[in-house]
Design a protein around this ligand. Structure first.
Ligand code: TTP
Ligand code: CA
Ligand code: CA
Length: 365
């Protein structure tokens, strides 16, 4: 059988952490290990389950289920509070590990990413070797397990990472992709929800194999534009590139005043307010930075920026304010009314750190 060229061009890995939030809680609270646990809102309120441990899933407990229903299904279920800052930090370590193998990394949620390893940084011949190494490294750095899918494109890689979950991996080879697809139930196609599945079933389409027998024209008649997409997917054709999301290079905040300001102490008051709001933003995105930039726009719309790089990473109001204020003092001119002030922080900490350093900071074990 001829293998279509689009299945021979690339090697894509999809990595997805196992029961992510729940596994983190079990890692940090040994008494929860081996037990059915749910991370999320309490069953007495109107909370929902964010993540369920694999032990809890045996009882049917799932993400997005109401906590009240979860406890009915599994009366011994233990609820654990979520700790987003911890999950975010771990996520960053994982993404940094992935970048050690390829520059082409596309995080698609807090616990999963695609990477294109057609040309990987370590010169591995097989993508499966890369995936194996990555899983090992994630475990040694975070104490958590990940599952991996290796395939010629994103669509197949995502399906593959689910096949041997948890703590497993699967490879879909170009040679076997079409045969594999033919047996796959239609709902396994990413983006096919209950409603679309029902529509497929009504047309007598249960597996991707059934879908392969339908013409593109007919699919478009039934599903509009998505018809062509389904037609391609049925043949394992997914040319979507792994897109590198540019990481944030700076965080800033600015205010344009209703009336221009000429008084230095009034400017300082505004700067103080900016610094306080900037601190909140930096805390939210869990970042610190070294370079502080002050932006001044004068009443004649002339714009200047003044920057200083500190010896340490900061994110607190006090330091932001005092640094910005000294920049302001140095460039203050009492003949020039100011219409806008802004502070931004660049040279951010997480860009400057490798996975190893991030792990050291996490102090996991
Ligand atoms: P998922 O990857 O969907 O699930 P999971 O990691 O818990 O389990 P699996 O082993 O099947 O991959 O989601 C990752 C995390 O995102 C999950 O641990 C908690 C969070 N999440 C929510 O907060 N709400 C949700 O509805 C879902 C699906 C996930
Ligand atoms: Ca997951
Ligand atoms: Ca996920």
């Amino acid at each position: 059988m001829n293998i279509p060229e689009y299945l021979l061009e690339r090697k894509i890995i999809h990595i997805d952490m196992d029961a992510f939030f729940a596994s983190v809680e079990q890692r940090d609270h040994p008494e929860l290990r081996g037990k059915p646990i749910a991370v999320g809102g309490s069953p007495t309120g109107r909370g929902v389950v964010a993540a369920a441990s694999y032990e809890a899933r045996k009882f049917g407990v799932r993400s997005a289920m109401s906590s009240a229903r979860a406890i009915k299904l599994c009366p011994q279920l233990i609820f654990s509070k979520s700790r987003f800052d911890v999950y975010r930090r771990i996520s960053r370590v994982i993404m940094a590990i992935l970048r050690e193998y390829s520059e082409l990394v596309e995080p698609i949620s807090i616990d999963e990413a695609y990477l294109d390893v057609t040309f990987n940084k370590k010169g591995f011949r097989y993508a499966s070797q890369v995936a194996k190494e990555i899983r090992k490294k994630i475990y040694s750095y975070t104490g958590l397990t990940a599952s991996a899918g290796v395939a010629p494109n994103k669509f197949l890689a995502k399906i593959a990472s689910d096949l041997n979950k948890p703590n497993g991996m699967a490879i879909i080879q170009p040679e076997t992709a079409l045969q594999f697809l033919s047996k796959l139930p239609i709902r396994k196609i990413h983006g096919v929800g209950k409603v679309t599945e029902e529509k497929f079933l009504q047309l007598g389409i249960q597996t991707v194999g059934d879908l392969q027998a339908i013409s593109e024209f007919e699919l478009c008649n039934n599903f509009g534009k998505s018809g062509s997409w389904y037609f391609k997917l049925a043949r394992g054709e997914d040319r979507r590139p792994v897109k590198v999301l540019r990481t944030r290079k700076s965080i800033g905040i600015e205010d344009t005043f209703v009336e221009d300001i000429i008084d230095l102490s009034e400017m300082a008051t505004n700067l103080k307010d900016l610094a306080s709001r900037l601190e909140v933003r930096m805390r939210k995105s869990d970042s610190k930075g070294k370079t502080i930039t002050l932006k001044i726009k004068y009443s004649d719309f002339k714009l200047i920026t003044r920057a200083v790089t500190l010896n340490e990473f900061i994110s607190d109001e006090e330091n932001l304010f005092s640094t910005a204020k000294s920049l302001l003092k140095a460039s203050y001119d009492d003949s020039k009314p100011v219409r806008l002030l802004g502070i931004s922080v660049s040279n951010l900490e997480h860009e400057n750190r490798s996975a190893k350093e991030q792990r050291a900071q996490l102090n996991l074990f």
